[in-house]
Design a protein around this ligand. Structure first.
Ligand SMILES: Cc1cc2nc3c(=O)[nH]c(=O)nc-3n(C[C@H](O)[C@H](O)[C@H](O)COP(=O)(O)O)c2cc1C
Length: 227
């Protein structure tokens, strides 16, 4: 057992976990947030470090895809690319409702990190493995990727960045994946919109998660089993 952590470390981690909140940051496509070069460089380095560190998430099965054991794949869009997508969004997706929030969020974020998982048996029925086992393995690839996403959210929170775990809407469409040259076989789990500190200067709307106040107290969902 590692024993190198202090009570203060525990308190810090607790504080980070409790202070991770969804911030949906809504900007203006016609007047996107601008991020000064030195700030952008510094925050991008922090995002890259967090993306790398989040890889410490647990995973149960060797996904063994292109010699990579982890079941997650990560694609990073910096804010210039986000803004290009925002500007082209309605040409690329003609069937999208006018109020779609993705372009507005892409106009405000410093980065958008797309986290996907790699289903192993979706279209493949491996006769050597029972169907129930295939389902379990895929479920656990997905669960591991969720652990990756939460790691990432916590690290970014600790770096004073705003985060929003979105299902990703059109980012999950194969047409968008083609435009972003994402490998087929990836299934989007999260589009993490990241707000860089000190960049939005009040020109954005910041909305909380819709279930943020809906949590039931611990007694409602946990119990201790005493035998
Ligand atoms: C798998 C997953 C997908 C989510 N997708 C969306 C989404 O597409 N739209 C949205 O408004 N919130 C989405 N959320 C964020 C939740 O709304 C948010 O976590 C919830 O309201 C609780 O608020 P909190 O994150 O501040 O605790 C998602 C969260 C998870 C875990």
């Amino acid at each position: 057992m590692p024993d190198s952590f202090t009570a203060a470390d525990f308190q810090t981690v607790t504080r980070v976990v409790k202070n991770r909140h969804t911030f949906k940051v809504i900007g203006d496509v016609d007047s996107p947030v601008k991020i000064a070069h030195p700030l952008a460089q510094r925050y991008r380095a922090t995002v890259m470090e967090s993306v790398a560190t989040a890889d410490a998430a647990p995973f149960h099965y060797d996904r063994a895809c292109n010699n990579v054991a982890q079941p997650w794949r990560v694609n990073i869009l910096w804010h210039e690319s986000c803004q290009k997508i925002a500007m082209n969004f309605y040409q690329w997706f003609e069937d999208v409702k006018p109020g779609n929030k993705i372009p507005a969020m892409l106009s405000a974020c410093g980065a958008c990190v797309l986290v996907s998982w790699l289903p192993q048996f979706g279209d493949v029925d491996d006769q050597a493995i029972a169907k129930s086992k295939q389902i379990q393995i895929d479920r656990e690839h997905l669960a591991a990727t969720s652990a990756y996403v939460q790691n990432l959210l916590l690290l970014l929170t600790a770096a004073n960045m705003g985060t929003y775990w979105s299902s990703g809407g059109q980012f999950g469409d194969s047409a968008m994946m083609d435009r972003l040259s994402m490998d087929h076989g990836q299934e989007l789990l999260a589009a993490v919109f990241i707000e860089f500190p000190q960049t939005n200067g009040g020109h954005v709307k910041r909305l909380p998660g819709k279930l943020a106040d809906k949590r039931a107290a611990g007694e409602a969902w946990m119990r201790v089993i005493e035998l």
